[in-house]
Design a binder for this molecule. Structure first.
Ligand SMILES: [Zn+2]
Length: 487
């Protein structure tokens, strides 16, 4: 623990100690704007206005991970729910870090196999403040967008989930299954405070048969929704160290075993390598669905990817057309960190690189490591799998009632655009849920353009306010049609 971390731990502990004694406003935690009889309305337009305010408040609570400090956001969320008369529980997952769970019951005896879980994470990735045109933690509204770290990933969804949950409570909805709200910590770090710990310590508090989470998107192309990608599976992250060793010595007398030279050659070969294409069932269905939406030329190549004569060429054309498509088709390897050298005039004894590998679910890291070792073919270079490798989860079913309902509602609400099964190249909390038999689906319900999507994890992250309102409305319909009994 360095000094900064120590200060954060102390600050976090102080918040916990203070929480029992003082109203949290005294600690600088933004308080939910009190609901007046006018705003505390079951009317969807009114709750959308309130939800914009909650999103702004959440953006203003800096939960950059590391260190996360989700405690502050957890207290905000729990205060908001309590004010609506919903019992919310803060779950401790580490110093300064917590999750929030709340439940709306359908009956006295819960049936976890039927329950629906609404999931969003409270932490955000760090910012490079100098590259932003606005304060990333001030929820600036400009030209119809709300700017801020987390506006899309994932505080937008967190605010929408809160709004849907509160709407069910205010309307006294007659539920046919329990609906559970869960706000998680450390999603971006996948570390000790992540959903893994939450499941290990508190599974009974949110066990569910179905979940909706981030992971899929409503993709806008040329100003209209092109398709809705409903995430049912995701790739698996593994970090591998490339380590070259040699003899350290005087830089005035170079030797052939300089580890920097060996490492650079190995990274060069790995960087130029493209792993073979493997179609998972979901990716196959995705490409069948996307082909008719693309122009004739690329559609022709998409349809040829699995043919014996033109398949290999077609796979290359499709992969070159889109980094997303490339990564959906194969294991990918991205060198992300290089470290070597202690002084300009010293040959070091060791040089290292990190490879961030994303495996298709079902592919094995051992097979890929064998291929890479053959490719590098250098006894001075070793590859080592790093701790905390991800686990492949089984995909969620594409036949479940919930999957069909999400697709039906989304297509209806987004002007007839098709809903396609989606295997994300990025990680979400859903993999851990799927490993616990939850049929988890990913859909950030806000229509977003490529330009908007690129800003998440980047600079000037923002959400179009009309997309936020529309997404909130669609999410309300999905949850209502799945969990509320109609008369
Ligand atoms: Zn996220």
């Amino acid at each position: 623990m360095n000094w900064n971390q120590a200060v954060q731990v102390i600050a976090g502990a102080a918040v916990v100690l203070l929480a029992g004694n003082f109203p949290s406003a005294a600690q600088g935690i933004p308080q939910p704007t009190p609901a007046s009889p006018v705003t505390a309305s079951p009317d969807p337009a009114s709750i959308a206005r309130e939800a914009r305010g909650w999103l702004a408040d959440l953006i203003k609570i800096n939960t950059s991970n590391p260190p996360g400090n989700e405690n502050l956001a957890a207290m905000y969320v729990s205060n908001l729910l309590q004010r609506e008369g919903i019992k919310a529980e803060i779950l401790d997952v580490g110093p300064g870090r917590s999750a929030v769970v709340a439940r709306l019951r359908s009956s006295v005896v819960p049936d976890p196999s039927k329950a629906l879980l609404l999931v969003a994470h409270m932490d955000v990735v760090p910012v490079d403040k100098a590259r932003w045109t606005v304060d990333p933690f001030n929820a600036v509204v400009r030209d119809g967008y709300m700017y801020g770290r987390g506006a899309i990933d994932d505080k937008g969804m967190l605010a929408a989930n809160l709004a849907v949950f509160i709407h069910l409570k205010r309307t006294n909805a007659h539920l046919n299954r329990d609906v559970i709200f869960l706000a998680t910590a450390d999603e971006e770090g996948s570390g000790d405070a992540s959903i893994r710990t939450l499941i290990a310590k508190y599974w009974d508090k949110f066990a569910a048969g179905f979940a909706i989470n981030e992971g899929g998107n409503v993709f806008i192309k040329n100003g209209k929704v092109q398709y809705i990608g409903v995430q049912a599976s995701e790739k698996v992250a593994v970090n591998v160290a490339v380590i070259a060793r040699g003899t350290s010595g005087h830089a005035s007398q170079p030797t052939k075993d300089n580890p920097i030279v060996h490492l650079a050659a190995a990274v060069g070969k790995i960087g130029a390598y493209s792993a073979p294409v493997h179609f998972t069932a979901i990716v196959r269905r995705y490409f069948e669905g996307i082909a008719p939406l693309e122009d004739d030329e690329i559609a022709k190549w998409i349809r040829s990817m699995d043919t014996p004569d033109r398949g290999e060429h077609a796979q290359r054309v499709v992969s070159d057309a889109s980094p997303l498509w490339n990564a959906m088709l194969r294991d990918t390897i991205a060198p992300t960190v290089l470290s070597a050298g202690v002084a300009n005039n010293v040959i070091p004894a060791e040089a290292r690189a990190n490879l961030n590998i994303r495996l298709l679910p079902g592919d094995s890291i051992t097979t890929l490591m064998n291929d890479l070792n053959k490719l590098v073919n250098d006894p001075a270079v070793k590859l080592e799998i790093q701790p905390n490798a991800g686990l492949a989860a089984p995909p969620s079913s594409l036949e479940s009632d919930f999957y069909n309902l999400i697709c039906r509602v989304a297509t209806r609400e987004f002007g007839g655009a098709p809903a396609l099964p989606f295997q994300s190249t990025w990680l979400t909390d859903s993999a851990q849920l799927r490993l616990h038999n939850v049929q988890a689906y990913g859909l950030v319900p806000f229509p977003l353009s490529d330009d908007d999507l690129k800003r998440m994890h980047g600079d000037d992250e923002r959400i179009p306010m009309v997309s936020f309102d529309k997404g909130l409305d669609v999410m309300t319909k999905i949850v209502t049609e799945f969990a509320v009994t109609r008369y």
